[in-house]
Ligand binder design. Structure first.
Ligand code: F6P
Length: 374
């Protein structure tokens, strides 16, 4: 029987448990054995009881559980070749030659490196007397399949990453709550949301809550943005030149992505924005940094079905891969679950990010959307 390992890596995301559950159950359905690797790559390197066989009932009820029940870690050891050799040995000793990795682009790149190195890792293990040629013989090829688990929705080639819609839902709920207290006190609130270098959570939550203004890394505001923001908040709009009070506006919300920056690449922080609103508009303003509440909690319905369908597809991909096929990542595009070469998706993601960091914002946006105009 084939033995398929599954691990979660990088920042946790709602839906990771659904993905693990689907991989485990689909593996068993396909007459394979499923192994959970605990604490991400750290478990692969350390072995022992951090790699355990999992049965159908072991993942019962996991669809609705938040975080990742098999743990996640940023493993320094796996970044070193010596760590990857230990990981390879642990896998061969357990007869595991296929891995489904659920994580962000860094975690998935690590998986692809591991696959490319696999034959040489095995040769080194034999040369070092850690494994015999006979032990290695049945496991000469390593199959790797990626699932993108991240609240940031920051991977090219897929419309949604596992976890992003749960996080978006939590942000919207939090902004709605803040709206109530903002209304009561006629206050402004600057709400900082996660997303690392990606503005998807900020953009989508701003649209979904009707926020007054927004900062995202992908489109740094033009110079003089302070005036633009203040004048938009105080007047204009379809109801004419009335100011904020005259319009009966009692609450003001500005959403700031944690990676937001201006055109000189200076960070635009929530406290800077708060100071501007306070000083220029005399608006009683508070900041709320939503932090890790955005990452915890149960997965929303979308992430439950996405993780389930993608977990099933990941096992199919493992079983259909040939030694020549590039490692795939399971994506969703226009509501269809698909396979995309993992490193193509990672490279496309890097291309966008490097343009953003090179101040070539328009080029970065054009990569995402060829029709983009500033
Ligand atoms: O990638 C997910 C994420 O939550 C980002 O949005 C955020 O920048 C980062 O992880 C926070 O990482 P940590 O939990 O290590 O502080």
């Amino acid at each position: 029987r084939r033995r398929i390992g599954v691990l979660t890596s990088g920042g946790d995301a709602p839906g990771m448990n659904g993905a693990v559950r689907a991989v485990v159950r689909m593996a068993i359905h396909c007459d394979c054995e499923a192994y959970a690797v605990f604490e991400g790559y750290e478990g692969l390197v350390n072995g022992g009881n951090m790699i355990r066989q999992v049965h159908w009932e072991d993942v019962r009820g996991w669809l609705s559980r938040g975080g990742t029940l098999i743990g996640s870690a940023r493993s320094m050891a796996f970044r070193e070749r010596a760590g990857r050799m230990r990981a390879a040995k642990n896998m061969v000793l357990r007869g595991i030659d296929a891995l489904v990795v659920c994580g962000g682009d860094g975690s998935l790149t690590g998986a692809d490196v591991f696959r490319a190195e696999w034959p040489s890792l095995l040769s080194d293990l034999i040369a070092a007397g850690e494994l015999t040629t006979e032990q290695v013989e049945p496991y000469k090829v390593l199959n790797i399949v990626g699932l993108v688990g991240s609240i940031d929705n920051d991977m090219s080639g897929t419309d949604a990453t596992i976890g992003c819609y749960s996080s978006l839902t939590r942000i919207c709920d939090a902004v709605d709550d803040v709206f109530d207290t903002a209304f009561s006190h006629q206050r402004g609130f600057v709400i900082e949301v996660m997303g690392r270098h990606c503005g998807w959570l900020a953009l989508m939550s701003a649209i979904s809550t009707g926020a007054d203004w927004l900062f995202i890394p992908e489109i740094p505001p033009r110079d003089g943005w302070e005036d633009d923001m203040c004048s938009m908040i105080t007047k204009v709009g379809s109801i004419g030149q009335l100011n904020r009070k005259e319009r009966g506006k009692r609450r003001t919300i500005v959403i700031v992505a944690e990676g937001a920056q201006d055109r000189q690449l200076n960070k635009i922080s929530s406290s800077t924005v708060k100071d501007i609103l306070t000083q220029r508009l005399g608006l009683d303003t508070r900041t709320t940094v939503l932090g890790h509440t955005q990452r915890g909690g149960p997965a929303c319905a979308y992430d439950r079905w996405l993780s389930t369908l993608q977990g099933v597809e990941a096992v199919r991909a493992v079983l259909e891969m040939t030694p020549q096929s590039p490692s795939p990542v399971i994506t969703i595009r226009e509501n269809k679950i698909m396979r995309t070469p993992l490193m193509e998706a990672v490279q496309a993601t890097k291309d966008v990010a490097s343009k953003i960091h090179a101040k070539d914002f328009a080029a970065a946006m054009t990569l995402r959307d060829p029709e983009f105009k500033e």
